[in-house]
Design a binder for this molecule. Sequence first.
Ligand code: 28G
Length: 642
Amino acid sequence: MGNTNVETEYGGDQIQILEGLEAVRKRPGMYIGSTSSTGLHHLVYEIVDNSIDEALAGYCTDVDVTIHEDNSITVVDNGRGIPVGINHKAGLPAVEVVFTVLHAGGKFGGGGYKVSGGLHGVGASVVNALSTWLEVEVCREGKIYKQRYERGKVCYPLKEIGTCDEGQTGTKVTFSPDPEIFEDTVYDYDTLRTRLRETAFLTKGIRISLKDEREENREVSFHYEGGIKEFVTYLNKGKTPLYEDVLYFEGTKNGVYVEVAIQHNDSFNESTYSFVNNITTPEGGTHLAGFRNALTKTFNDYARTSKLLKESEANLSGEDIREGLTAIVSIKIEDPQFEGQTKQKLGNSEARLAVDSIVSEQLTYYLEQNPTIAKIICEKSILAQRAREAARKARDLTRRKTALEGMALPGKLADCSDKNPENCEIYIVEGDSAGGSAKTARSRATQAILPLRGKILNVEKARLDKIYANAEIKAMITAFGTGIHDDFDISKLRYHKIILMTDADVDGAHISTLLLTFIYRFMPELIKQGHVYLATPPLYKLEKNKKIWYAYSDEELSDILAEVGRDSNNKIQRYKGLGEMDAEQLWETTMDPERRILKRVTMEGESESETDLTFTILMGDKVEPRREFIEENARYVKNLDI
Ligand code: 28G
């Protein structure tokens, strides 16, 4: 016998194990959130997380991820290798336990989380259960061990398959996601790349590579010695920083390890992202509250003692200090408690204390040591304070107006007659002439039209008082009915579909992006809840023998030509803008709910910091990053599916 099998008995315990994994297959959503593309990609993160835990424990420096031709995935790390000795409780090799025993507390099942050196391997059995097959190889003590599973079931006992150098250790996992479970089993390179980059930023020093064997030369590697400090630099790359330094604070308090990096830029938006154990917390929680409190307190103290803020002046608000701030708050905590409806909000009170005291202490020291930078930030905050005061006055004025006149809808709006928002849609149309055609074409009961004149204000580059004063923006705010920012109330939304209709050319795409930027910054819930759509006008009209075809892409045009014959009786018209269509054509091709194609704008699967960066780069004033971005992300520009 060439291979030495590790002796195992398969008794009652093993049957229980199978029942455990059966439960995962019956209710995959409970363990990985969903069986959509998001869940599919989640499998990779679960496996990679185990390598990251090994890195956080101090034993792993490299993680390599490969997407194979058949969409199976291999992850290799150079950690200690999952132990192969018999685990006495289960009577099985530890590695087999890791892959076949459903561990308490998956991400979506509640309970404990894994963190450095603690609970590694929590998600491996879930991935195993949801894969048609999975193979694990472990390199330890000069030997290579292997085991294979199919739909979670062991194919053979752990066996030795060869030798390796004494000092060489590590783990290799290959799995093939089960098409019986997932709607789609095709991996998206960009999605994995974005997430792995984020993971590399959050785990300083680690090297993570990604290779796509489905396409030649698709390979990247991430390695950030500066960790979240470099994350902040990356997020600010399309902006103009107000000072060169990225401020970095780090420490451990009451068992909470805290890392914070910040830098201000000359924009007016805040981009703060918080993480707990490398997991993003979009709803924040105690760690973020601690950070904000420390920032507000420390800057006010400094501005007072340095006399930058006079005694007669009011305190700076947190918002003033965070105008133009890019920040990462990342903590590691043994037993994180997640609260709120979506369990995305950290609840541990010790995290608030730890972040607050570490940031307060180290930021106070930093400001004392760097008075020039301290002054730049304080002065920016004081300007923000004044602009906010001016904006408040402008807003109060418009509020009073609407209170007197009732809801004054914009004059250019051709409203629909149906008053049930669920049935109603509003077309935001570029240009008065296309607006005119749309008003004629529309179905008056349910379709409202709001024409906008030319380019709308770029909200990335304007302060609040100027934004509120802009006519096109005011028209949209009153037409939508929801209010914005703190006043935002989705229950007041007047149309359940907001449809952006612009020319199918570069200018049109630019206007769509300006509109989306406005909605994303001021009413992100509209996008998150799926109310925002892009209309797709046709690119070509084809006429032959009194019959008409419309083509929405070049591909479609050649398909139609192949079908009807490519001869001189074909008349092909290339539409340059919406204005070239008459009302009837506009209705047939772009507005008729029976025939039109709408693209819903989503943020699913995209990391939030990446969406923010997309808007900053597309709308900011740096030319080079925008050109690079458009080249790298032709995909985005093609379908604008953010
Ligand atoms: C390549 C794809 C995914 C991993 C390790 C290393 C250890 C480990 C993993 O132990 C079981 C439970 C607590 C000790 C730990 C090795 C200690 C000593 C490990 C991975 C045994 C889990 N030597 N590397 N799990 N613990 N990489 N990569 O999964 O008691 S998982």
